[in-house]
Design a protein around this ligand. Structure first.
Ligand code: OGA
Ligand code: MN
Length: 286
């Protein structure tokens, strides 16, 4: 064994040593890494300096087909990080300056402070996200993650029976709106139509059942609007109880990897008008 995993929480999440994501990784080490991900769902690897964009992309591409695209889709804005594989999760514009408080790009970043899983609003979903720390504010801005397998296991039997077999509509625009954003235009809406997923599925990596919920859900199908809203709120509250949550305190050079098919996560507040936070994400898809 090359990789050593140190558990960070009773239910999931581990810190890995014996692997350096900046260097080529051989097949045996990659298999150990994937086994650790299947078991822990969230892994952190520390480095003494941030990964370059190229190193970040090179390691991520070992894990499957990568998401490529521009995000967020706000017209007339240039990209600070010129790699289609990298989603800029910073509070910085193309000149490296902090976004204005009311800038739509800032508002959309803050939408990440709602519990979610990445890209459940796409027909081809995200498997792994790899978030890399380039600048970390002195306080706040932890990333919190919750284990949806453990949440499913602990769900009362009556609730399990109620949600098994139900499906939900996931929409990018829904979480932008609930996160404080404006109503999308019809044209914007058409760029990302909602998609339907079961509320419960088998997590491929571990074979365990998991809740598949997110702030992107606008509606549980087959229920009235009020029933849908209440059930979703109950599930969210249950699944994000402190006992299911791990909070990652960032250090420069950290890479945090999570499995979107069995976890949720959220950003936490910091003084985003005063401090720079430069986080970059790659995303691997089914
Ligand atoms: C993400 C995300 C949370 C954070 O990159 O997908 O939700 O703390 N990030 O930046
Ligand atoms: Mn996210």
């Amino acid at each position: 064994m090359t990789i050593t995993a140190r558990p960070l929480h009773p239910l999931f999440a581990a810190e890995l040593s014996g692997i350096d994501l900046r260097r080529p990784v051989d097949a045996a080490t990659l298999a150990e890494f994937i086994a650790a991900m299947n078991k822990y769902a969230v892994c952190v690897v520390h480095h003494d300096r941030p990964l370059t964009n190229e190193e970040h992309i090179a390691f991520s591409s070992l894990l499957g087909p990568m998401e490529r695209g521009d995000s967020p889709k706000v017209k007339g804005t240039d990209k600070r990080v010129p790699h289609p594989e990298i989603i800029d999760q910073s509070n910085l514009d193309e000149f490296g300056e902090i976004y204005d408080d009311a800038d739509r790009r800032m508002i959309y970043k803050r939408a990440n402070r709602q519990w979610h899983t990445d890209m459940s609003f796409y027909a081809v979903r995200a498997t792994y996200s790899l978030l890399s720390a380039h600048m970390v504010p002195p306080q706040g801005a932890d990333t919190e993650l919750a284990d949806m397998r453990a949440a499913w296991d602990a769900l009362p039997a009556a609730m399990k029976a109620r949600v098994e077999g139900l499906t939900a509509e996931h929409s990018y625009w829904h979480s932008r709106k609930t996160g404080g954003g404006p109503d999308p235009t019809e044209e914007e809406r058409r760029t990302r139509p909602s998609v339907r997923w079961p509320l419960v599925h088998v997590h491929p990596g571990s074979g365990r059942k998991a809740l598949y919920i997110a702030s992107h859900i606008e509606r549980i199908n087959g229920l009235s609007e009020a029933e849908s809203r209440d059930l979703l709120a109950d599930l969210m509250d249950f699944a994000t109880q402190p006992r299911f949550v791990f909070a990652h305190r960032w250090r420069l050079g950290d890479v945090l990897i999570w499995d979107n098919l069995c976890t949720m996560h959220r950003a936490t507040p910091f003084d985003d008008q005063r401090y720079r936070r430069d986080m970059r994400r790659t995303t691997v898809r089914e």
